[in-house]
Ligand binder design. Structure first.
Ligand SMILES: [Zn+2]
Length: 546
C-alpha cells in the first residue's frame, strides 16, 4: 500500500447517526467552535496550558490514526506509512499538507521530516477569532504529526512549527525529529507534549499559601503589628508631597502617641485617620469618630464620656461614651478646634488621667485609647489668641501631620478622579461610566479650594448629568470650566476685571461648600446679606456693573 492510494471516500463510511473510518467513529465538527474553545482556554488557563491541551489533543488523534492505518493496510515501507500521515491531514480537512523532506533510517532511529501546511484550518480560524499571535498556533497539527510519527517509529518524535500564518507568515511550516536528533532546541517545547497535574499543583500552592499566611501572621504577632496591613488599599499616589505624608503617617502609626491632622477642608483628614488606625497595633480594635463642631457642648460631652440614667433631661438610660467604647482602639476627634473652653478643659483632664467619668457619675473609669484629632483651623494662632488651651494643644499635637491641599499635588488629581469614577459607576449603577480624556486639562488647571471632597462632588454631579455614561468637560461644574479656561496660557488671567474675578471666586467657594451659603460667607469673610446681594448681581444677565 502506498500513501498516494488513500482515498477519503474509501476510508470513511457514512451512515446515518454514524460516520466511521474503518470502524473508528468520527464526527464532523465545525472548526470555528475549536477557535472559540481555544479563546475560552486562553482566558481560563492562559497560553501555556492552552498550547499544552491542544497539542495533546492533536497527539492522541495522530496516534489513533497511525494505529488505524497500520492495522488496516499492508504498508510497503515505514516511509509510506509516514507519508500517509501527510495525506490524512489533507483528507481530513486540517490543511493542505505537503511533504517537503523525509529522512528516516529505521536502523539508527534517526528521523527528520519537513512539511508545509497551506491554508491551515486551525490557523485560519484562530486568526478570525483571536487575530494574530506572536507564537505559531497550529498546535493541533504539530501534536497530530508528533503523535502519528511517534506511534510509527516506536520512539518519541516532536514536530515544531517554524512558520505559521497566525504569526504573519504566508504558510505554516513544521519540522519533526526524534528526541536525539533535536539538540537542546526542543527542551522548552517538551512540557507541551507532556501531561500536567494541575489539580495537584493547585493543591500544593493552596497548602503553601496557607502555610505562608500562618507564618506571616505569627511573625506579625511577634513584632506586635496589626494582622491586616495587606488589606489596606489606596488610590495611587503620584505626588512627592503626598507620598512623604503617607510615609510619615506609616512610620508613626504603630506608636500610641497622639496625632493632630491638619489641612484645609476636604483634604481627607478622616481617611488619613483610618489609614493610621489600620496600620497601628490597635487595628483589631474599633475606630470611633465624632465631629466636635456638629454637637452642642452637653451632647458632645455625653457622646464622648457617656452618662448615667437621669443625669439630665432626656437621659433615660445609662450610656457608654465613645472613649469607653473605643477601648483598645482609636478615637478620632474631628474639628477639634471648634470645641468650647469648658469642653477643652474636660478633654484635657481625660487625656491626662487616662480615665473618664460618665456625666452624672463620680466613679472614674480607665480608658485605653489612642487619640487622633483633626482641624482645618490654625490652632497655633488660636492658642496665641487665647481661644484654645495651650496645654491641650501640646497634648493632642505630639505629632502633627499636615495634609497638602489638592492644588499642590496636581499629579494625584487624575488617579483620584478615575477612582471616583469607578466608585460612582458602582454606586449609580452606570457600568460603562468613564472620564473623557478632554476633562483632564480642566481638572488639573482648577485650584480646588474644596480639595478632594470638591473633586468627589464635582464628579458625582458630572456622573449623574452626563450623556452616554461619558463624562465630558461640559458636565463639570461651571466654575471649574471658567477658572481653567482663564488660567490657561494666552487665556489671560490678567485680562479679567476685578468684578469677574470676584464673581468666579464667590461661585467657586459656594460650589466647594455644596451650596451652603452661610459656610461660604464664613470662608469669604463677608456677611450673609452681602453674599446674598452679590449672588443676586451675578444671576442678573450681564452681571455686576450693568
Ligand atoms: Zn500554523
Amino acid at each position: 500500500m502506498k500513501a498516494d492510494d488513500l482515498k477519503i471516500e474509501e476510508l470513511v463510511d457514512f451512515s446515518e447517526g454514524r460516520v466511521s473510518l474503518h470502524g473508528r467513529r468520527l464526527v464532523i465538527s465545525d472548526l470555528r467552535s475549536w477557535a472559540q474553545f481555544c479563546r475560552d482556554l486562553l482566558e481560563m488557563v492562559g497560553p501555556d496550558q492552552t498550547r499544552r491541551i491542544l497539542t495533546r489533543f492533536g497527539y492522541f488523534w495522530g496516534q489513533a490514526d497511525a494505529a488505524a492505518m497500520e492495522r488496516i493496510f499492508e504498508w510497503e515501507t515505514v516511509q509510506e506509512l509516514l507519508k500517509a500521515m501527510v495525506r490524512l491531514q489533507s483528507l481530513q480537512g486540517l490543511a493542505k499538507a505537503v511533504l517537503k523532506e523525509l529522512h528516516c533510517d529505521p536502523a539508527t532511529g534517526r528521523f527528520e521530516m519537513k512539511l508545509t501546511w497551506h491554508d491551515s484550518g486551525p490557523a485560519g480560524e484562530y486568526l478570525a477569532e483571536l487575530g494574530t499571535s506572536e507564537q505559531p498556533t497550529c498546535w493541533i497539527l504539530t501534536g497530530y504529526a508528533s503523535g502519528y510519527a511517534s506511534y510509527c517509529l516506536h520512539e518519541d518524535v516532536y514536530f515544531i512549527e517554524e512558520k505559521c500564518r497566525t504569526r504573519g507568515d504566508r504558510i505554516c511550516q513544521a519540522v519533526g525529529r526524534d528526541r536525539e536528533s533535536w539538540s537542546d532546541e526542543i527542551k522548552p517545547h517538551l512540557p507541551y507534549f507532556q501531561g500536567d497535574d494541575i489539580q495537584g499543583k493547585i493543591r500544593f500552592l493552596t497548602d503553601e499559601l496557607r502555610r505562608k499566611g500562618r507564618e506571616l501572621a505569627r511573625q506579625r504577632r511577634q513584632l506586635g503589628l496589626p494582622p491586616n496591613e495587606a488589606k489596606i488599599a489606596f488610590v495611587e499616589v503620584r505626588s512627592q508631597a503626598f507620598r512623604q505624608v503617607m510615609d510619615l503617617a506609616a512610620r508613626i502609626a504603630p506608636f500610641d502617641s497622639s496625632v493632630l491632622i491638619t489641612g484645609e477642608t476636604g483634604t481627607g483628614k478622616e481617611v488619613m485617620a483610618r489609614y493610621m488606625h489600620r496600620l497601628s497595633r490597635r487595628a483589631s480594635g474599633p475606630l470611633l469618630g465624632v465631629n466636635c463642631s456638629a454637637l452642642p457642648e452637653t451632647l458632645l460631652e455625653s457622646e464622648l464620656f457617656g452618662h448615667k440614667a437621669g443625669a439630665f433631661t432626656g437621659a433615660s438610660q445609662d450610656r457608654v461614651g465613645l472613649f469607653e467604647q473605643a477601648g483598645k482602639g482609636t478615637i478620632f476627634l474631628d474639628e477639634i478646634g471648634d470645641i468650647s473652653p469648658g469642653m477643652q478643659m474636660k478633654l484635657l483632664r481625660v487625656l491626662q488621667e487616662r480615665e473618664v467619668q460618665r456625666v452624672g457619675e463620680s466613679k472614674p473609669r480607665k480608658i485605653d485609647v489612642r487619640v487622633i484629632a483633626a482641624t482645618n483651623r490654625d490652632l497655633q494662632r488660636a492658642v496665641a489668641e487665647g481661644k484654645f488651651r495651650e496645654d491641650l494643644y501640646f497634648r493632642i499635637r505630639v505629632i502633627e501631620i499636615e495634609l497638602p491641599p489638592l492644588r499642590s499635588r496636581t499629579e494625584d488629581i487624575l488617579p483620584l478622579a478615575r477612582n471616583f469614577v469607578i466608585q460612582f459607576s458602582k454606586k449609580l449603577k452606570l457600568p460603562h461610566l468613564r472620564l473623557d480624556a478632554t476633562c483632564v486639562d480642566y481638572l488639573q488647571a482648577y485650584r480646588w479650594p474644596g480639595n478632594v471632597r470638591e473633586l468627589e462632588n464635582a464628579l458625582e454631579r458630572a456622573a449623574v448629568l452626563c450623556k452616554d455614561q461619558i463624562i465630558r468637560p461640559e458636565d463639570l461644574p461651571r466654575n471649574i470650566l471658567q477658572e481653567s479656561t482663564t488660567a490657561r496660557p494666552g487665556g489671560g488671567d490678567t485680562q479679567r476685571s476685578l468684578a469677574q474675578v470676584e464673581q468666579e471666586h464667590i461661585l467657586a467657594v459656594l460650589e466647594s461648600t455644596g451650596g451652603n451659603r452661610s459656610k461660604a460667607a464664613q470662608i469669604l469673610e463677608i456677611g450673609a446679606a452681602t453674599l446674598w446681594r452679590k449672588l443676586k448681581e451675578i444671576k442678573r444677565p450681564g452681571g455686576k456693573g450693568q
